[in-house]
Design a protein around this ligand. Structure first.
Ligand code: ADP
Ligand code: MG
Length: 701
């Protein structure tokens, strides 16, 4: 909109000017009035209440206490000198710690006097303390607390030294409010706003900065969050609708011999979740539209069978199917496993990987092209140019995040018809994030493990206890079980990692001497032959221990393995730790996961390790991970190329509202798919400008 006040350059705001404008842009990315207006406080200080010391827990944000100083002392020497004051309030005691300005604080504080303390508690030596809190003597003014709610904006040293303190920043916001008052254009149509009981945009943009009370702040936050999530979903759903209209899918209505044979030869009943997902898939492949489904299920939840049944459905209807795995080991294991389930007379199966010999490879190419091969397992080799299918009806892609978007889309060009796509992942993605990352994929979840699984017992052990871990391993091995020992492998320190692995391997073989114990070793620097040899030693049960580096090599099914030892566990992410743990606990035996770490752990690593020890539920871990790290870091987010740029909504915390917004977007679009009705003009206009920033989801499949 030309001349819209929010587009004015920030330097024209009174009190800013060219120099500060530069600083604001560099430090906070603020270029125009809109940017400033949409830079919200990251927290609010509510000084209307006093906390009791015993109420403090790790979740405490900035709070205020009221208590008496019991003692003041100095600790440490030289640069490490610190002043420690003990504050008591009748419910407990807490340390106030000062590293700087000690002299000044010493003069200010007096034992026996009552103070108001304001700050954020932190943990040190398993106890809470306050480092550099604000502290003031109790006076008539402080005694009852202050009632005002004030916003705190994020800052930086450069901003501070450039003269833009929180106070200055707040003043700029105040000036901006004066200028934009009455000139902000509403972005949600009246009918929607009324239905959702949302306050107008201009009021929300005022109250979010200067809330008159908590209720107004809540209303402002709700309005702004909803708007972000709504437009995000509107954009995603619209693309999904367009895609649904475009992509016709082959019909797979028949349940035939292949399917029924396998179904009746299963050694166990399907779980409820497996059945439900199969029904969802069946509905897709009989709808006439192309299926694009993401199947999430924790490790060991039985996704492979779902993949196989989906493939058999295609085969029963005269189409081919393929199942793609991220590694050769996995593809081979899937391939070998299939003969438990199918009648090889009726279903012709092949395996195509990087090491398939030339002659056999040629035969497979031919069989795929003329349709004599019904089902093919494989790796990336399946998407090479030479591969052409006769009529690929359904493709399953295992472990989605290892396949790039364009690799997936190459599957489309392999056949005249558009295949149904089932993407499977064992990295659980919280529902909210899945809806955003894969907004145009339908999501199915297997949320149930096959019966009889015993939960895996996870413990955290210091590296100095390695001896004890070995003893435990020996007990398990002597009882006939097998053990994984995994080392981290990180690109930056690859050399060191290999040294650690070698050292670890030597330690283990020294303790677990041949021929009583056999230890296999697998890592990325071996020749494929050596790797396969050692891998097979372990899979076949000839080796007792498998020492390995990276995650992927150990994604194998060895039901007899009961112990997973993870070295330097602090260097793995939650998702990876959980994946690794999922390698054990597949048999009937009790299983263990031992997380070894160094002595010194960052807060975040400790949290991860604690989470792992406290739950076996991959989805719970994924939610926690998302909360701890934010969506930007979440596994899969970066690969997808999606820039999630939300100012106020939080994908982890606002999932109910996200679902609500998605429902609303669906309602509006099913009535008016192209947003052509006059009442939706506002939506169409806004979406246009937003879509410029959002990536093209229609390319993901
Ligand atoms: P995922 O691929 O989801 O990690 P898998 O498909 O490899 O899990 O299954 C893990 C193990 O559970 C396999 O050994 C499989 O045979 C077994 N399994 C699968 N479904 C069932 C079921 N309904 N009941 C019992 N065991 C099952
Ligand atoms: Mg699997």
């Amino acid at each position: 909109m030309a001349g819209y006040i929010l587009d004015s350059e920030i330097k024209f705001l009174p009190g800013v000017g060219p120099k500060r404008a530069q600083l604001l842009e560099k430090e906070l990315g603020i270029k125009c009035f809109r940017d400033l207006l949409y830079t919200f406080p990251f927290r609010y200080v509510d000084r209307s209440k006093f906390y009791a010391i015993k109420e403090i827990d790790s979740a405490s944000a900035y709070i205020q206490l009221r208590g008496t100083i019991k003692s003041i002392s100095l600790a440490g020497a030289g640069k490490a000198t610190r002043l420690i004051a003990i504050l008591g309030d009748g419910t407990g005691y807490i340390e106030l710690v000062f590293f700087k300005g000690i002299k000044w604080i010493q003069d200010k504080l007096q034992v026996g006097q009552e103070y108001v303390v304001f700050g954020k508690p932190s943990v040190f030596n398993d106890r809470y303390n306050f480092v550099h809190p604000e502290i003031e003597p109790v006076t008539a003014a402080t005694a009852s607390g202050r009632s005002a709610i004030t916003g705190v904006y994020s800052s930086s040293e450069k901003l501070q030294s450039g003269g833009i303190s929180n106070k200055t920043f707040t003043q700029l916001q105040q000036k901006l409010q004066g200028l934009v008052a009455g000139r902000i254009t509403e972005t949600l149509p009246d009918y929607l706003r009324q239905e959702k009981r949302l306050i107008p945009l201009d009021k929300a943009l005022h109250d979010i900065h200067f809330p008159p009370d908590m209720y107004s702040l809540e209303q402002a936050r709700r309005r702004l969050k909803y708007e972000e999530l709504f437009y995000l979903q509107l954009s995603l759903v619209k693309q999904k609708f367009i895609k649904m209209r475009d992509a016709k899918g082959v019909m797979l209505p028949r349940i035939g011999e292949a399917f029924n044979y396998t179904y009746s030869h299963l050694p166990f009943p399907l779980t409820g979740a497996q059945k439900r997902v199969l029904k969802e898939i069946r509905a897709d492949v009989t709808s006439g539209r192309q299926m694009n489904r993401l199947l999430q299920g924790d490790v060991g939840s039985g996704k492979t069978l779902v993949a196989i049944f989906s493939a058999l459905q295609a085969i029963d209807n005269g189409y081919q199917a393929c199942i793609m795995a991220p590694t050769e080991v996995l593809a081979t294991q899937h391939y070998n496993g299939i003969f438990r389930y199918i009648d090889p007379e009726k279903v012709k199966v092949a395996l195509l990987t990087g090491s398939t010999r030339t002659k056999e490879r040629r035969e497979i190419y031919e069989g795929l092209a003329n349709g004599t091969i019904n089902l093919v397992f494989g790796t990336h080799a399946l998407i090479e140019d030479k591969v052409q299918f006769h009529n690929l009806g359904l493709a399953v892609i295992d472990e989605q995040h290892r396949f790039g978007v364009d690799q997936r889309s190459r599957l489309w060009s392999k056949s005249e018809i558009t295949p149904h796509i089932l993407v499977m992942t064992a990295t659980p993605i919280p529902r909210t994030l899945a809806m955003t990352l894969y907004g145009d994929l339908d999501v199915s979840v297997i949320d149930e493990l096959p019966p009889g699984r015993k939960p895996i017992i996870t413990t955290h052990v210091g590296e100095n206890q390695r001896r004890k871990v070995y003893e435990f391993m020996r007990k398990e091995i002597d009882a006939g079980r097998q053990v994984f020992v995994v080392y981290p492998l990180i690109k930056e320190s690859e050399k060191m990692d290999y040294e650690n692995l070698e050292q670890g391997y030597m330690n283990i073989t020294e303790y677990f001497k041949q021929p009583d114990y056999i230890t296999a070793v697998v890592h990325g620097r071996q020749t494929p032959e050596n790797k396969a040899f050692d891998m097979n030693l372990f899979i076949s049960g000839k080796a007792d221990i498998l020492v390995s580096t990276s995650v992927i090599e150990v994604r194998v099914d060895v039901p007899n393995a009961s112990v997973m030892v993870i070295e330097s566990a602090e260097r793995f992410g939650l998702a990876q730790l959980h994946q690794l743990r999922g390698r054990v606990g597949r048999g009937a035996e009790k299983s263990y996961c031992i997380l070894m770490t160094g002595y010194k752990l960052s807060n975040e690593s400790r949290q991860r390790i604690d989470m792992m020890c406290s739950t076996n539920d991959g989805f719970e871990l994924a939610e926690a991970d998302l909360k701890m790290r934010g969506p930007g870091d979440f596994e899969g987010t970066r690969q997808s190329g999606l820039a999630i740029d939300l100012h106020i909504a939080n994908l982890a915390k606002d999932s109910p509202m996200m679902e609500e917004a998605r429902g609303d977007a669906m309602d509006i679009l099913s009535e008016d798919p192209l947003l052509e009705q006059p009442k939706n003009k506002l939506l169409a206009d806004n979406l246009k400008s937003i879509n410029k920033q959002v990536i093209d989801y229609s390319k993901i499949s």
